[in-house]
Design a protein around this ligand. Structure first.
Ligand SMILES: [Zn+2]
Length: 133
């Protein structure tokens, strides 16, 4: 997947060269990589940076809502570049994390018994199990 520079803008965040490179690396890796996997991906780029810098860039991108963190058990945090609303399915037999879309017309809030007037600022759904092979 080719990611162009203009796709690497994040409202409200100053996109330094390093942030751009980290964002690009994540956009090109839809497998929900960890920070160290992204660090490995970036080793071959001109922009050399430390693992700590990769973490800092990811943190800034998460804070500005450009990317999402995915936490499964006590494994290292993984990162998701899919900005559409979706859930995650952790396949325990392969360790793979898949994006799952909500069925159209279904509003997840409607199936939860919440007090009236509740305001939700974020909603995450992560399922664990095995997919049919
Ligand atoms: Zn995802």
């Amino acid at each position: 997947m080719k990611v162009y520079d203009h796709q690497l803008e994040v409202p409200g965040l100053r996109m330094t060269k390093q942030r751009k490179e980290v964002y690009r690396a994540l956009m090109e890796n839809a497998d929900h990589p960890t920070a160290s996997q992204l660090f490995d991906n970036l080793k071959n780029s001109q922009e050399s940076m430390s693992l700590a810098t990769v973490y800092n860039c990811l943190e800034a991108l998460v804070e500005h809502g450009a990317i999402k963190q995915v936490n499964v058990d006590r494994e290292p945090t993984r990162y998701c570049q899919n900005s559409a609303q979706h859930g995650h399915f952790h396949d325990q037999s392969t360790g793979t994390i898949h994006d799952i879309n909500f069925k159209s017309g279904i509003n997840l809030i409607d199936i939860l018994d919440l007090p009236e007037g509740t305001e939700i600022s974020s909603l995450e759904i992560t399922l664990k199990g095995t997919l049919p092979s």
